[in-house]
Design a protein around this ligand. Structure first.
Ligand code: PEP
Length: 235
């Protein structure tokens, strides 16, 4: 399974280093063999450890150059980062990244052999418009994306569930994941208000290959418990 922490714009450099060290020690102690990804704020990047893989929440599709406020491959290479999050709903909807922009990032980092955690998900009004509208919306988020890329991981994250404490029903997650699995064989994670109350039932669902966790991942002990539980599922 894949258990991923999106730390977003939280923690300092020192606190992130403590977080990664504590998580690494826990995973080692419990011999956890699941894929554990941590995406810290860009200023807090550190290199991956034996059990914890560090990824970047965003980067510009360039080696280097005149792209104010962005980082490129040269900066990622310093930390040997080879994992990137692309298509998160906050980048799509808050920062206005278009599908075209995401595709250019995807292609660039695919070319560089990165592991790509690609996020899709519908806003509330789309979900409320019904099944057909929702599937059409999600379909459009696959446009231009190589769904056969061997280092691809997909996260289904309904926008209305992110950071809100609301989640789809377990039945809804299961049935949607079954449909999405038909589009790509890539591991498929669920994300959106996964927390200490619901992570076990979400992880146990059929066609859920892991979780992408925002708010609840900030407490390293909690995130570590999710990794431990994933290990017991033997999926
Ligand atoms: C996310 O932002 O990817 C996320 C899933 O956030 P949260 O867990 O806080 O809903």
């Amino acid at each position: 399974m894949v258990i991923a922490a999106n730390l977003k714009t939280n923690l300092t450099r020192a606190k992130t280093a403590q977080y990664v060290d504590a998580l690494e020690a826990f995973l080692k102690q419990h011999a956890i063999g699941q894929k554990v990804l941590v995406f810290p704020a860009t200023s807090n990047l550190v290199t991956s450890q034996a059990h914890v893989t560090l990824g970047v929440q965003n980067a510009y599709p360039t080696q280097n150059g005149a792209f104010t406020g962005e980082i490129g491959l040269e900066q990622l290479e310093e930390f040997a980062i080879k994992t990137i999050l692309i298509g998160h709903s906050e980048r799509r909807h808050v920062l206005g990244e278009s599908q075209e922009t995401l595709v250019s990032k995807f292609n660039f980092f695919k070319e560089q052999g990165f592991e790509i955690l690609y996020c899709i998900g519908e806003p509330l009004e789309v979900r409320e418009a019904g099944e057909e509208a929702m599937m059409a919306y999600l379909e459009a988020q696959y446009a231009g994306i190589d769904t056969t890329y061997e280092k691809l991981i997909i996260a289904y994250e309904p926008v209305w569930a992110i950071g809100t404490g609301k989640t789809p029903t377990l039945e809804d997650i299961e049935s949607l994941h079954a449909k999405l699995k038909a589009k790509s064989k890539a591991p498929l994670l669920y994300g959106g208000s996964v927390n200490m109350k619901n992570y076990q039932e979400v992880l146990a669902l059929q066609n859920v290959d892991g979780v992408l966790v925002g708010g609840a991942s900030l407490v390293v002990e909690d995130f570590a418990q999710m990794c431990l539980f994933a290990q017991t599922l033997n999926k």
